[in-house]
Design a protein around this ligand. Structure first.
Ligand code: ADP
Ligand code: ZN
Length: 521
C-alpha cells in the first residue's frame, strides 16, 4: 500500500485502517489499472475511488445514476476539504459553466456525473480537454439489461474505454450474481481489470420471513416488539400500499413517512432528509427509495410485499445495520404475493426472453421464502458464495419442520383439474379450497360442486393450512395463475407429482416459528 493512500485515509477521512479489500483495490487504481469491485452495501465502496482520485493527479469522474444524492455527496466531501462538484440537469446553466471551468482549471478532485450527461458528445469533448485521474462507475449493475435497475445509458459507457484508454476505470456494485458480474465486465469492456469480490455476508443482519395474514398488524407488532424507537425502512409494492401503511403506522404513534415516485421532487427530498437527519423515523417506501442512502443506524428493513428478486431483496435489506450493530430484515409473505407477481410478469408486455428471466428471478426469491434451511446459506449460495448455517436467521433459530404433503398436493391438483374438466370452470384460491373442504357457498350450489368426486376430500386441513399448501405449491410452479383474474391451472410440470412419481415435502405453517424467533432475538 502506498503511504500516500494510507495518509489520505487518515488525514482526509479520519479513519485509521482500511477495511476488507479497500487497500488492494485502491492500489490497483492508483497504479493505473482497472478494477471491478463487488462489495455489499455498507462495505465501503466510496473510498475505493475517492482516495485514488485524491492520490492521482487530475480529477476523478464518478458516474452515478443517483442525481438526487449528488448534492449531499458533494457537500459531505466539501466538509472534509475535498474539492468536489457535480454536473446534472438540476444545475442552472451558469452554475454548470462554473463547474466546467473549475474542471478545466484543474480545481476539482472529484466530479459526479449522471450517465446520460456523460455520454453526451459535448461532455466527452469537455473531458478530453481536462486532466483525468480515473473513471468510477458506481451502481455498475445498472448495465444489466435483465437486472432490476437497468439504465440504458449505462450501456453506452464502454465509450469511456474507447475515448480514454489511458484513464483507469473502476466499476462498483453491491449486486453480485455471477451473471451480473459477467455483464459488467463485458459491457463496460473491462477485460483487463482485476476483480475484487468481497464476502457478501452481513452477519449482523437477522433474516426472518413470516407467513402473511394481516400484513399491517403483523408489521406493527414486529416494530413495536423489537424496534419501537428505531429508524427503519418498510418496503411496499405500490404507492397506494405505501400511503396506507404509513398512515397505519402514524395512527399507532410511529414517526412514519411515505416515499414514492408520485410525490414531487421537493416532497421526496424533504422526507429523505428528515429520515437521514432525525432519529427514529420509519420510511415507508416503494423501491424508488434507498439506492445510495447512507444512514448507518437503520435498525430494520421490513418488506410487506414480496420483492421481485433475491438481488433486490438483498440490496434493500442491506440498508439495515451499516454500522455493524444487530439489525433485522423482516418480511411478511403470502399466497397473494405469489399470485400477484406471477400475474404481473405474465401480463407485462416485455419480450418472452425478458419474462423468462423475470420468472427465474421470482422463482429464486420464492425458493428463499420457502426454504427449510438457513436463509443466509441460501442467499449467499445465490451470489455464488459458500457458507455454513448462520445461527442468526429464523430457520436457524427455530428450525421449521417439513411434512410429506404428497397426498394433499395430489388432492389439490385433482380438484383444480376436475373443476376444469367436468364443469369447464377455473377458479381462484378461495373457491378451490371451499371445494376441497366441502364448504357450501353460492357458487358451489350454482355449479353443483357437491356432486364432484373431489368434493370435501380435503376436509382434514383448515382453510389457513390449505392456503399455506397452495402458496408453497405455487411457489414451486406446480399450480399457476392464468389470465386476467389469476384463476388457477395445473401446468405440465405437475405431472410427476400427480402420478406419484415425485414426493412433495412442505414447510409446516410458520406462524409459531416466527413468534419463537422473535422472543429469542
Ligand atoms: P457502500 O458504498 O459500499 O455502501 P460506503 O462507501 O457508503 O459503502 O461506506 C459505508 C460506511 O462505512 C460509510 O459511513 C463510510 O464512511 C464507512 N467506512 C468506509 N470505509 C471505512 C474505513 N476504512 N474505516 C472506517 N469506516 C469506513
Ligand atoms: Zn441461518
Amino acid at each position: 500500500m502506498t503511504t500516500t493512500a494510507a495518509s489520505v485515509l487518515d488525514t482526509v477521512f479520519g479513519y485509521d485502517s482500511f477495511r476488507g479489500e479497500q487497500a488492494q483495490i485502491i492500489d490497483q487504481v492508483v497504479s493505473g489499472g482497472d478494477a471491478v469491485v463487488l462489495m455489499p452495501t455498507g462495505g465501503g465502496k466510496s473510498l475505493c475511488y475517492q482516495i485514488p482520485a485524491l492520490v492521482r493527479p487530475g480529477t476523478g469522474i464518478v458516474v452515478s445514476p443517483l442525481i438526487a444524492l449528488m448534492q449531499d455527496q458533494v457537500d459531505a466531501l466539501a466538509n472534509l476539504g475535498v474539492r468536489a462538484a457535480f454536473l446534472n440537469s438540476t444545475l442552472a446553466p451558469e452554475d454548470a459553466q462554473a463547474v466546467e471551468r473549475a474542471l478545466l482549471d484543474g480545481e476539482l478532485d472529484l466530479l459526479y456525473l449522471a450517465p446520460e450527461r456523460l455520454t453526451q458528445q459535448r461532455t466527452l469533448d469537455l473531458l478530453a480537454r481536462a486532466d483525468l485521474a480515473l473513471f468510477a462507475i458506481d451502481e455498475a449493475h445498472c448495465v444489466s439489461q435483465w437486472g432490476h435497475d437497468f439504465r440504458p445509458d449505462y450501456m453506452r459507457l464502454s465509450v469511456l474505454h474507447e475515448r480514454f484508454p489511458a484513464v483507469p476505470r473502476i466499476a462498483l456494485t453491491a449486486t453480485a450474481t455471477p451473471e451480473t458480474h459477467r455483464e459488467i465486465t463485458q459491457r463496460l469492456a473491462l477485460d483487463g481489470a482485476r476483480h475484487f469480490v468481497s464476502s457478501f455476508d452481513r452477519p449482523n443482519i437477522q433474516y426472518r420471513i413470516v407467513e402473511k395474514n394481516q400484513a399491517r398488524a403483523q408489521l406493527i407488532s414486529f416494530i413495536r416488539a423489537e424496534h419501537p424507537h428505531d429508524a427503519g425502512i418498510v418496503y411496499c409494492l405500490s404507492r397506494k400500499s405505501v400511503e396506507q401503511t404509513a398512515e397505519a403506522l402514524r395512527a399507532q404513534g410511529f414517526d412514519a413517512l411515505a416515499y414514492h415516485a408520485g410525490l414531487t421532487e421537493a416532497e421526496r427530498e424533504e422526507r429523505q432528509s428528515r429520515f437521514l437527519r432525525e432519529d427514529g423515523v420509519v420510511m415507508v417506501a416503494t423501491i424508488a427509495f434507498g439506492m445510495g442512502i447512507d444512514k448507518p443506524d437503520v435498525r430494520f428493513v421490513a418488506h410487506v410485499d414480496l420483492p421481485k428478486s433475491v438481488e433486490g431483496y438483498y440490496q434493500e435489506t442491506g440498508r439495515a445495520g451499516r454500522d455493524g450493530q444487530p439489525s433485522t430484515a423482516w418480511m411478511a409473505y403470502g399466497l397473494g404475493d405469489v399470485v400477484q407477481l406471477r400475474r404481473m410478469i405474465d401480463q407485462s408486455d416485455g419480450a418472452e426472453a425478458y419474462k423468462r428471466s423475470q420468472r427465474a428471478h421470482l422463482d429464486a426469491m420464492l425458493a428463499l421464502c420457502e426454504t427449510l434451511d438457513c436463509r443466509r446459506v441460501q442467499i449467499l449460495a445465490y451470489f455464488g458464495q459458500e457458507s455454513g448455517p448462520c445461527g442468526n436467521c429464523d430457520n436457524c433459530l427455530e428450525p421449521p419442520t417439513g411434512w410429506d404433503a404428497t397426498v394433499e398436493v395430489q388432492k389439490l391438483l385433482s380438484t383444480i383439474i376436475r373443476l376444469e374438466r367436468e364443469r369447464d370452470q377455473r377458479f381462484g384460491a378461495g373457491q378451490v379450497i371451499s371445494v376441497l373442504r366441502g364448504q357450501d357457498n353460492e357458487r358451489s350450489r350454482q355449479s353443483d360442486h357437491a356432486s364432484l368426486s373431489v368434493w370435501g376430500i380435503g376436509a382434514e386441513l383448515s382453510e389457513a393450512e390449505w392456503r399455506g399448501v397452495l402458496r408453497q405449491v405455487m411457489a414451486r410452479g406446480l399450480v399457476a395463475p392464468v389470465g386476467e383474474y389469476g384463476v388457477l391451472a395445473v401446468p405440465e410440470a405437475a405431472g410427476p407429482v400427480l402420478r406419484g412419481e415425485e414426493r412433495v415435502t412442505l414447510r409446516r405453517t410458520s406462524a409459531r416459528a416466527g413468534r419463537a424467533a422473535r422472543t429469542k432475538a
